[in-house]
Design a binder for this molecule. Sequence first.
Ligand SMILES: Cc1cc2nc3c(=O)[nH]c(=O)nc-3n(C[C@H](O)[C@H](O)[C@H](O)COP(=O)(O)OP(=O)(O)OC[C@H]3O[C@@H](n4cnc5c(N)ncnc54)[C@H](O)[C@@H]3O)c2cc1C
Length: 378
Amino acid sequence: MRNYVLPDNAYVSRLSPAIRYRLILESECAAAPLRRYAASTVEKFTQEIYWRRYWKNWLSLRPQVWTAYLDKLAFIRNEIQYETCRNRAAACEAGEGSIAIMNHFARELVQTGYLHNHARMWFAGWWIHIERLPWQLGADFFFRHLLDGDPASNTLSWRWVAGLQTPGKTYLPRRSNLEKYLPAEVLQKYDKGLCLLENPHPLILPAENVAVITRLSLPLAPPVSEFKLGIWIHEEDLFIEESPLAALKPCAILASGDAATWTRFRYPNTKTDWLRSALTDTAKRAGSAFGIEAQFHIESNLINVLLKWAADHHLQQIAAMRPEIGPLHDQIENLQIMLKKSGIDLVLLDRAEDLAQRPLATGGFFGYWEKVQKTLTS
Ligand SMILES: Cc1cc2nc3c(=O)[nH]c(=O)nc-3n(C[C@H](O)[C@H](O)[C@H](O)COP(=O)(O)OP(=O)(O)OC[C@H]3O[C@@H](n4cnc5c(N)ncnc54)[C@H](O)[C@@H]3O)c2cc1C
């Protein structure tokens, strides 16, 4: 029933924001149903969970795909030739596009921060192949409003719908498919423009070079000194009790929100409130796990926050979880350089299961899934 888009979304878990920010880990989500069901019974659900990790790992091996997306987005935002596109995209975001059901999804996304997977597919397919708008603007709209907005799952899913991720394969929304998976009364209410989905033609984007794998191995983290060590908790990983950080003995803990990213990507209040409360919760948990009160900051200048905190506690090293490819990761090199200038090492750690799975996303999902299963514990 997972593909049915019902008003109460009864057949999906809605766990994605918690998994995206690592309040819970994929391994926990995979393990929980196995207490009640055979692995074969819940395999589809387990696979969905690992789709997310697959996308993350795929992107971490090809970070240039993320950078190219951001560059093109900036270009579209600034160039005069895209002005009409930008205006039409803004109308679609406001629920004033050509198809009433898509307008309904746009409003649902803005109001709730969530859309069912099938609705995401239909909406992205409509945006790209019917409205013929740049996929980057649609991906930005989703990334801004989705509580689970994820640099990998979002960017690569939009590329998949556009036919760039699996070359030659586009995703087209079809009226018959909406009629099958949406309740009749919903479609009756939002039937304007449905005829546009009767015989849709794909937009064929110019083929891209296959994204080359640029980074198969990560530099080994230097040993962590326990003398004057601080732990930095950031929003990309909120389960530090279940991470290599848990074994350390810090003299200070900082939990910080990356407010520069929130502003840059224009996160709405619903999303920043959610992040704020997830970070507050994490800071509290960290306080009790390490027996030290965690400082909590949400400021746009991350480097100033880190430098001041490090100076206040005379830190020599800061340990943090390695952020995956995305806006925070983009700032890491600069943060490391700036901290080093003040004599402070920023050491990034990885979970063993992430390290084991990261190099496996060289090809398609199902080959990855075969290999991942061998890395999972019972
Ligand atoms: C255009 C488009 C954009 C998307 N953007 C995002 C995004 O920014 N962030 C995001 O987390 N997911 C994204 N997805 C994937 C998927 O739609 C969501 O993960 C899912 O709808 C989340 O709802 P749920 O937790 O109820 O999922 P469930 O169906 O209950 O699935 C359980 C978990 O599996 C994972 N999952 C399920 N489907 C997918 C998928 N197709 N790809 C990756 N992981 C999946 C999620 O972690 C999810 O929480 C996108 C899909 C499309 C088509």
